[in-house]
Write a protein that binds this ligand. Structure first.
Ligand SMILES: NC(=O)c1ccc[n+]([C@@H]2O[C@H](COP(=O)([O-])OP(=O)(O)OC[C@H]3O[C@@H](n4cnc5c(N)ncnc54)[C@H](OP(=O)(O)O)[C@@H]3O)[C@@H](O)[C@H]2O)c1
Ligand SMILES: [Zn+2]
Length: 344
């Protein structure tokens, strides 16, 4: 099969297109013929190399996969070859207390497809059957691939961690990022008032099309803009994933009793926290990673009803994976960059 692999970590040039043997599904697994695989910032982190992450090489990136079932491992029933599926990217033991309590993303063995096991930058991929989801029929395979990682992440952040309520104000950093696009739409579904940021006017215009009530350029002047919009009150909730560059502003942007939920540190993880503001304003800070397997079901309902929409930046063939990485790394995208494989 054709695949784009890593044999070492580094810049986009380490991505190599090669022929590999077909993966064989074991018991409880299925082989997927990949139709589309969307990029995530995670792909850049893994490509560059994360401390403590040791992978067998060649390694295949790609966490957000849509495709069809191509072969079944031993003992599989209830699914059939040719079924169109979406893949849940969360991998866990399936047996421990966390897994069986619906918190599989707290499992000690938790991992993500394309980070802890081979992902979807390939024609075929083997996954546990527990990770199969029915494909939302109103969407094309490319559109389907834009959802899992970032929508699952944003859903847990807004629904479970900060419990966003109708009428609350929420600040969403980098609205054109995968997490931003998902959080913006979910916040609107939950009835909140959204202040979205981005690094360019063009991205802000796209954010308004997606439903942002207010938009502000990131960087200098952001805090002033938030104070103006909120009548000096600050926001109820901040969706943080940009990290060191925005963290101090996120704290100062909070209203008294506000909540910050963070899932990432794109600009750096060593951020300055002025504790005086945290305790005096009584700010709650939540950490969040991915979501439970079950959380993709309400998301699929919203997708089926058209309340949550795919936001596609561009579609490229698998062979253009390097250009796709460069585009994401250069912050040129709004929404998802999707690689296509066996589209027919
Ligand atoms: N913990 C989890 O479960 C989880 C899940 C998903 C993502 N994440 C993390 O959340 C972050 C966002 O992921 P994503 O896939 O949504 O990212 P993405 O689509 O690549 O978007 C990242 C955006 O962040 C903005 N940005 C701000 N400061 C930046 C900087 N110094 N360098 C680069 N970009 C900067 C840029 O938008 P502007 O040009 O508008 O500034 C950029 O487009 C990543 O750090 C990712 O690892 C975590
Ligand atoms: Zn477990």
């Amino acid at each position: 099969m054709r695949a784009v692999i890593l044999r070492r970590h580094g810049g986009p040039e380490v991505l190599e297109e090669v022929e590999l043997p077909m993966p064989v599904p074991g018991p409880g697994q299925v082989r997927i013929r990949v139709a589309a695989c969307a990029l995530n910032h995670l792909d850049l982190w893994v490509r560059k190399g994360l401390p403590g992450l040791r992978r067998p090489y060649p390694f295949i990136l790609g966490s957000d996969v849509a495709g069809t079932i191509d072969a079944l491992g031993a003992g599989m029933s209830g699914v059939a070859e040719g079924d169109e599926v979406l893949i849940n990217p969360g991998l866990s033991c399936g047996r421990c207390r966390a897994c069986l309590s619906g918190h599989d993303n707290l499992c000690r063995d938790y991992g993500i497809l394309g980070e802890h096991s081979d992902g979807g930058y390939a024609e075929f991929l083997v996954v546990p059957a527990a990770n199969l989801l029915p494909a939302p029929q109103r969407l094309t395979p490319v559109e389907r691939a834009t959802f899992p990682v970032t929508f699952l992440t944003a859903w847990q952040m807004l629904v479970h961690k900060v419990a966003l309520r109708p009428g609350e104000t929420v600040l969403i950093h980098a609205a054109g990022s995968g997490v931003g696009v998902a959080a913006l739409q979910i916040a609107k579904v939950l009835g909140a008032e959204v202040i979205a940021t981005a690094s360019s006017e063009a991205k802000l215009a796209r954010a308004r099309e997606l439903g942002a009530d207010h938009t502000l350029l990131s960087g200098e002047g952001l805090l002033e803009g938030i104070r103006r919009i909120t009548g000096k009150q600050g926001v109820d909730v901040v969706v943080e994933h940009t990290g060191a560059a925005t963290w101090s502003t996120s704290i100062l942007a909070c209203a008294r009793g506000g909540r910050i939920v963070t899932c990432g540190a794109t600009s750096g993880y060593e951020a300055i926290t002025d504790l005086r503001h945290v305790f005096y304003r009584q700010i709650a800070i939540f950490g969040s990673t991915m979501g439970s397997k079950g959380d993709l079901f309400p998301l699929l309902d919203h997708i089926a009803a058209g309340r949550l929409r795919p936001v596609i930046d561009c579609v490229l063939p698998l062979a253009a994976a390097r250009q796709a990485h460069e585009r994401l790394e250069n912050r040129a995208q709004f929404g998802k960059i999707v690689l296509t494989l066996s589209l027919t």
